[in-house]
Design a protein around this ligand. Structure first.
Ligand SMILES: [Cu+2]
Length: 490
């Protein structure tokens, strides 16, 4: 017995000695099992491309039945003069003699017929930014149409498929022609618009001007190309240095902002005035969010819904830009008069915008590496030429990519440079699904997304519009220096 006891004690003490090792082993095995099974295999059911397409269905129409009403207008691009600074005539290029050009308004379902004449000393075209037009109406020379020569005319005709805020500009020597003043807005109205007290467009632009208040006529300078494009020294809203919107207390305003600058990015907000973003790049958001939290890159549009407080008589609300180090005043709202009843209705959101949760797990179909290189055969140093590349190619050298029509497609913009690139895709809306590999859920579609230095941005789309569509940086100097490619939807 004694011996047995001793033996048992010895066994026990052996086990005791091994307890720490056993515990550690158990912890390792259990932790491993948790890590192995939890994130990928148990909790997360991987989404399929098919499921993401069906979630998208209904977010916007594939096509629209024209209502038979044709809105016909004549538009001429020509050299003219405008008065931006009191007492100074600034020579510009304009549509119908104003900068911005016409604010074209149609109702959803209307067909726009634009009889366009080119009276400029250069070839030109018109591109309707963000509008899902038939491919032949997209205005890209060498891709969808021949350039319109001086003295020639062209009829642009289409029925916009989406209501919202859009704009148009040339797609020939764009960095020069837009800077000289060629741009206008296309507003496609829906029934909601009639409910607002006022429905206003503010086109924000910057100009690089000389001391005698003329457009500085060297375009695509090496400095512009090496940096973030041509940033101006004069800021205008609707072509004015001090744009003012007069409102009454209680009014509810739909304010549509367009960035028509060649390169400048804004982070606009109102001082002391709450406003909600209801649409981005023309399209209603799924959930409204605070104005002041979204960059307005060249090409982008932001629509906001503002209710002027009932007790705001005599107040002034300034629109300011805080993208750079110094705050810039852009325009203002001045409140005066008897208060009016505020129109009451829900924010006009689009509940069909897909969340696309899990979309960032889908494999990236096409990566676009964005970078710059010295142009071969040119000198060294500051005066040397630079070209901006997508996957090591500078337009007109490009590698077209095919989007599968009505399927879930993904693309990644990888910015290998230290410059900003607001990337714009013609003819399609997309959604940002990840930044630097981290899933994000923006409650809205876009047609232009800002890619910060060294950042990667993943986007997804279900293309419903067939054709060959260009895809480029909307810093117009970068596009001029090669940062343009094309995708074919088929
Ligand atoms: Cu760029």
């Amino acid at each position: 017995m004694k011996n047995k006891n001793v033996k048992q004690n010895m066994k026990f003490s052996k086990i005791q000695k091994h307890i720490p090792v056993i515990i550690i082993a158990c912890v390792v095995v259990i932790t491993g099992a948790i890590l192995f099974f939890s994130s990928d295999d148990i909790d997360k059911v991987k989404v399929s491309r098919e499921a993401l397409v069906s979630e998208f269905t209904g977010a916007y129409v594939e096509d629209i039945e024209p209502n038979g009403n044709i809105v016909e207008m004549n538009m001429t691009a020509s050299e003219s003069e405008v008065e931006i600074f009191d007492g100074y005539k600034t020579k510009v290029w304009s549509y119908n003699d104003t900068v911005p050009g016409p604010e074209v308004r149609v109702k959803l379902g209307d067909t726009l017929r634009l009889n366009f004449t080119n009276d400029l000393p250069q070839e030109t075209t018109i591109h309707f930014h963000g509008v899902r037009v038939p491919n032949a109406m997209d205005g890209v020379p060498g891709v969808t149409q021949d350039p319109i020569k001086p003295g020639e005319s062209f009829v642009y005709e289409f029925t916009p498929k989406d209501a919202g805020t859009f704009w148009f500009h040339p797609h020939v020597r764009t960095s020069e022609q837009v800077e000289r003043g060629l741009f206008g807005t296309l507003i496609v109205e829906d029934d909601v618009d009639q409910k607002y007290s006022q429905d206003i467009v503010w086109v924000i632009d910057d100009w690089r001007m000389t001391e005698d208040r003329q457009v500085y006529e060297e375009f695509n300078t090496p400095m512009d190309l090496m940096h973030d494009g041509r940033w101006g020294n004069v800021m205008t809203v609707n072509g004015k240095l001090n744009e003012v919107l007069d409102v009454k207390p209680g009014e509810r305003i739909r304010l549509r902002m367009v960035n028509a600058s060649n390169a400048r990015i804004y982070m606009p907000s109102f001082k002391n005035l709450n406003a909600k973003i209801i649409a981005v790049d023309g399209m209603y958001v799924k959930e409204v969010f605070d104005f002041g939290e979204l960059e307005l890159s060249p090409g982008n549009r932001i629509d906001i819904d503002i209710t002027i407080p009932q007790d705001a008589d005599g107040q002034v609300f300034e629109l300011v830009d805080n993208f750079g180090r110094e705050e810039i005043k852009l325009a203002r709202i001045e409140v005066a008069g008897q208060a009016v009843a505020t129109p009451e209705f829900n924010f006009p959101v689009n509940s069909e915008v897909p969340d696309w949760t899990g979309a960032s797990d889908i494999e990236i179909d096409k990566e676009y590496r964005l970078n710059a290189r010295r142009k071969t055969g040119e000198g060294m140093g500051m005066m040397g030429g630079i070209e901006w590349t997508i996957n090591d190619k500078a337009y007109p050298d490009y590698d077209p990519y095919t989007f599968k029509y009505a399927e879930f497609n993904t693309m990644r913009f990888t910015n290998e440079s230290v410059r900003l690139h607001p990337m714009h895709l013609h003819g399609q809306f997309f959604k940002v699904i990840a930044r630097d590999g981290v899933p994000v859920s923006e409650p809205y579609f876009r047609d232009t997304v800002l890619v910060y230095p060294r950042q990667s941005v993943d986007v997804a789309l279900v293309p419903l519009d067939k054709g060959l569509w260009v895809n480029h940086c909307h810093i117009l100097e970068h596009a001029a220096a090669g940062m343009l490619t094309a995708v074919e939807v088929r």
